[in-house]
Design a protein around this ligand. Sequence first.
Ligand SMILES: Cc1cc2nc3c(=O)[nH]c(=O)nc-3n(C[C@H](O)[C@H](O)[C@H](O)COP(=O)(O)OP(=O)(O)OC[C@H]3O[C@@H](n4cnc5c(N)ncnc54)[C@H](O)[C@@H]3O)c2cc1C
Length: 417
Amino acid sequence: MEKESNIYIIGAGISGLIAALELEKLGFSPVIIEASDEVGGRVRTDKVDGFLLDRGFQVLLTAYPEAQRYLDYDLLNLKYFDPGAIILKPGSTLKIHDPLRNPSKAISMAFSDVGTLKDKVKMFLLTQELKKKTDAEIFTGPNTSTLQFLSDYGFSSKIIDNFFKPFFKGIFLENDLSTSSRMFRFVFKMFAEGQAAVPALGMQVIPEQLKSRLLRTQIRFCQKVESLQGTNIELESGELIQADAIIVACRPDLLIPQLQGQTKPYKKVINIYYSLAKSFIAQPMIGLLPDDQFLTNNLVFMTDVSKSYSNNDRALLSVSITKPVTLDDKLAKLVAIELSAITNINAEFFEHVKTYEIHDALPDVEDMSVTLPATSSKIYDNVFLAGDHMLYGSLNAAMTSGRKAAEALILSQQTIH
Ligand SMILES: Cc1cc2nc3c(=O)[nH]c(=O)nc-3n(C[C@H](O)[C@H](O)[C@H](O)COP(=O)(O)OP(=O)(O)OC[C@H]3O[C@@H](n4cnc5c(N)ncnc54)[C@H](O)[C@@H]3O)c2cc1C
């Protein structure tokens, strides 16, 4: 393939940006067609009323191998979460320190209210076990549901209900912990080996950093691809583009007629932001609400993690709801009332900033794998797929898939010529 070839990438999310970076390394100058007005895809940050609002609570796990490969952490100015969680129940607040990173050392006395002594030992054993395994071994290892794995491993229902369920519901965005135990073990390992962090100025700084490295890629914003026929691209505007090769770095089932209806529904989350006079957690830690009567699953004061999320002295609270609730005008009020019951802070003091309902938050991938064989990104001649849906829902997977799609594109050209 000539360096002047017309290579198009559809989507300027993390996977599309990585594909472009990899193609540039080999001398190509791809064009990205992006439906929205900025890079990032699902990793976007809005500025609203003096606050930085990530579109859905998400974090970077610094141990992600692909993130280490592509991101400059210093430039991201990462702000770190304290490992562990605050467990919020009516009338009690328990802190569980560092259960995934260093369970033997750091679990406080409060652990006895969260789990059993045996859980502490199991946690330690699992950490040690996973640290010794490669990611490939994890992704080819036993594949049950996360819930089944936890109970087979011998964790008590106490720690499963108090900690594992709310913590991993907030990560997997589903309520039964039916997500593959491979994913659980991978994420557990990532937490054990690194830290959870956000860039000081919001998650969108991550795709912005990738974009800043693109020197020869053209990005056409606000241009939606309507459909693909072979290497012919039809834009919503009616424009037709004849490409030499295409990387589809967004949902392919919505663009390629033959793939229609083949994707399982994505997982959804509702994310409500409030501002308060001050944080009731007062440390950079995730709060969990294990009690099923509450709509809220997890919450965090973003301003406890990075002060820059607010340009005034009010604290910014991010609340995630994974339960299947309908978003209406009463929801933010209702959630403020339940948080009031937990914290004894008058519900009126929870000032609603904005609510996001994210329908296509995470793909539901049945057969998760750590990486892709060189050929499997190719869907037909000169058309390749990238995106987290190829592997598992995460920034790490999106990066891997972007790299693999670029490699597959190059490889297929080499084999032809
Ligand atoms: C609420 C939430 C929480 C998350 N939490 C975490 C977390 O804590 N840690 C973690 O690692 N991951 C997390 N993730 C997952 C992570 O954000 C994604 O896996 C990753 O961003 C996916 O990148 P992608 O490039 O595959 O897809 P996307 O980000 O979806 O990118 C696709 C791009 O294609 C564009 N596009 C779509 N259709 C068209 C079209 N027809 N024409 C032109 N352009 C089009 C879109 O506008 C978008 O920019 C979370 C995601 C969400 C939503």
